[in-house]
Design a protein around this ligand. Structure first.
Ligand SMILES: NC(=O)c1ccc[n+]([C@@H]2O[C@H](COP(=O)([O-])OP(=O)(O)OC[C@H]3O[C@@H](n4cnc5c(N)ncnc54)[C@H](OP(=O)(O)O)[C@@H]3O)[C@@H](O)[C@H]2O)c1
Length: 295
């Protein structure tokens, strides 16, 4: 299927649904025991029309990028949008960022990626200005076509944006019908006002999203599954796209059934207000407000 897209005022378009790859090929260390299954899962997603693939240098200690590289090798590169991420801790400064990106490209078997993200805010003592200067240099030299960040508060996003000559085109954060931190902390509003995407990770809460009565009732009304309603709600939010991870064709096809239709405004509102046990701080990567910039 053709995955619907969203377009920024700056003209960058992204599919509303992409494929996450965390845990394919190991958590933070390589696990090569199930490579064929993960490569097949990525290929299957592409065969179903998924063009945006999200990975990171830390996933599987680099092995996940290799699996993505193997999976995409036979496809038309110009139709794919590959996102990878610079690991959180980059003490080596400018050169370390350039080398990290080049190593990612090598593992992926590509000469550029469409998006390169800072995976986390640099730790105290890390040269944040140099890191952003290196991100700009990667853009200048065409190794990356867009840059963005992950898990940033509004203040940190603005601080990093001020250090770059390029627009940061996304803040990738934990966001689901249950996890409302991006709304509670003004990230979603900031994205709309400043013309960038919120890329929602964890939009299915690792496949453990509480289905609850509201989701079940709406699923019945629209003849969809509760997870299809949950994903539809996420991508109904302005400037929001999502990247669920799945290795199962059944789950993939279920998730793609979340696209191409719309919840009525009153039902979006019902989920906004009535979805039970809403949380306003991520239980996985809570945003670091105490250490916000400026300190
Ligand atoms: N920037 C960051 O800091 C950050 C943090 C976390 C994640 N991410 C990115 O975001 C992606 C998505 O996040 P995530 O993987 O943590 O969480 P997620 O997408 O919410 O959940 C993935 C889990 O849900 C299961 N699943 C998928 N579709 C399902 C369905 N229809 N029914 C039941 N279970 C289903 C998958 O299992 P099966 O494989 O069995 O389908 C998998 O275990 C990651 O893979 C990664 O690329 C980024």
């Amino acid at each position: 299927m053709d995955i619907p897209t969203k377009t920024l005022k700056s003209s960058l378009s992204l599919p509303v649904y992409g494929l996450g790859t965390f845990m394919m090929g190991g958590r933070m260390e390589p696990d090569t025991s199930d490579d064929d299954r993960y490569i097949a899962a990525i290929k299957s997603a592409i065969d179903h029309g998924v063009t945006h693939i999200d990975t990171a240098e830390v996933y599987g200690g680099g092995h996940t990028e290799k699996l993505v590289g193997e999976a995409i090798a036979g496809y038309d590169r110009s139709k794919l949008f590959i996102t990878t991420k610079l690991k959180s801790s980059t003490t080596g400064g400018y050169n370390a960022v350039i080398e990290a990106c080049e190593a990612s490209l090598e593992r992926l078997g590509v000469d550029h990626v469409e998006m390169y993200l800072l995976h986390a805010y640099p730790k105290t003592g890390e040269p944040v200005e140099e890191i952003m200067r290196a991100m700009d240099a990667l853009m200048d030299h065409g190794l990356v076509k867009n840059i963005g960040v992950c898990n940033m508060t509004v203040d940190r996003f603005e601080h990093l944006q001020n250090l770059s000559n390029y627009n940061l085109v996304t803040n990738q954060v934990h966001y689901s019908v249950q996890m409302r931190e991006p709304e509670a902390r003004g990230l979603t509003e900031h994205a709309v006002q400043n013309d960038y995407f919120i890329t929602a990770w964890g939009s299915l809460e690792k496949g453990l999203l509480e289905q609850g009565d509201t989701l079940k009732e709406l699923a019945k009304k629209y003849n969809k599954t509760p997870y299809q309603v949950a994903l539809n709600w996420v991508i109904a939010q302005p400037n929001v796209i999502t990247i669920p991870k799945t290795t199962s064709v059944e789950h993939l096809e279920e998730n793609l059934g979340a696209l191409g239709w719309e919840l009525e405004p009153e039902d979006l509102e019902k989920l906004n207000k009535d979805f039970p046990n809403q949380k306003t701080a991520s239980d996985r990567v809570p945003l670091d407000y105490a250490a916000d910039f400026p300190a």
